[in-house]
Design a protein around this ligand. Sequence first.
Ligand SMILES: [Zn+2]
Length: 388
Amino acid sequence: MSKGSIMITNGQLVTPFQVTEGTLVIEEGIITYVGPFDGAPRGVWPAWDAQGAYVTPGLIDIHVHGGGGGDAMDGAVTALEHMGRTFARFGTTGFLPSTVTASHQEILKAVGSAKQAAEQGTGGAQVLGVHLEGPYINTLKKGAQNPAHVRPPSLGELEEIWQKIGPLLRLVTLAPEIEGAPAAIRQLRSWGVTVSIGHSDASYDEAMTAHLWGASHICHTFNGMRGLHQREPGVVGAALSCEGFSAELICDGIHVHPAAMQLLLRAKGPDKIVLVTDTMRAMGLPEGQYQLGGLEIEVVDGAARLSTGELAGSTLSMGQAVKNAMGMLGASLSEAIRMASFNPAQVINMSHRKGSLTVGKDGDVAIFDKNLETLRTIVAGEVVYSRE
Ligand SMILES: [Zn+2]
């Protein structure tokens, strides 16, 4: 993947821990300067005047199945290129192609192409690794996952995936209450893989026990789990009350009621929420009929549904999720950007390289106009999307 240099002047830099006017310099793919124009290194080319636009860390989507006509389960690098280029139009610079419940062979093929795309680049947002969503889930909370392939965790399958892609395996969503989950979580944690609870009917106690085993993240909070009950708060109760869990949120106003989203923000604060899109292949395409993991999906009015009417992923973009976090949750710009950049980088153990405008980190940047529409997206110092 190529690495570029660029100087961006007159930006409102959303670092995202403060908002400050200034200049950002990327040299050979790495951020080398953030601050007032006067102190910036000279001679970095091209120089671009942001004219007061917001300059933020590139957005990172750790839960996303498809977009631009491609799907992670296609098992093809071209599908990941379609995804990466489409996501870049909305400020995303990095993503984890997310697999769905499928046969081991299909999952192996999908993770193999993700590795190839991670190495060669997509021409847009970068593949940062892989998120396995299933197949080790609870059929009671399968959502749009194909029940024919739901199964108990297999250490053999995980080992084969690890052999194939190693540390690019960054996140695994499973149901901790099913047989074999403790051994799988232990194995994943020994490799440093983040374990997420999702598509789970776990009780509060089961979720908290899984936290002791090393699970630290909640997959699309409120969706794919039982509701909050006062005597059995379930996974939602664990997510809301335990600081050790970071919590994904599909912030489209369809998957989760704005009041529930606000409750999550109050309970978790802006440092523990991770905005995700959970999009499928239709994201960035016109509405209509599509396939997701072998199931028929119809997209109407921004919602993707099975023939039963059940929600089957969104057509949200990360840029829109940031806007919604401000409009529906009342988050500030820097909080919303944090939930879409620094927090996801932390969840996948990449915050030392990504997620903030800090000297020494990768030159992944999104630039938004005052209406939070994407002007430019920069990956490793290379402009991969430009509105003009
Ligand atoms: Zn998903």
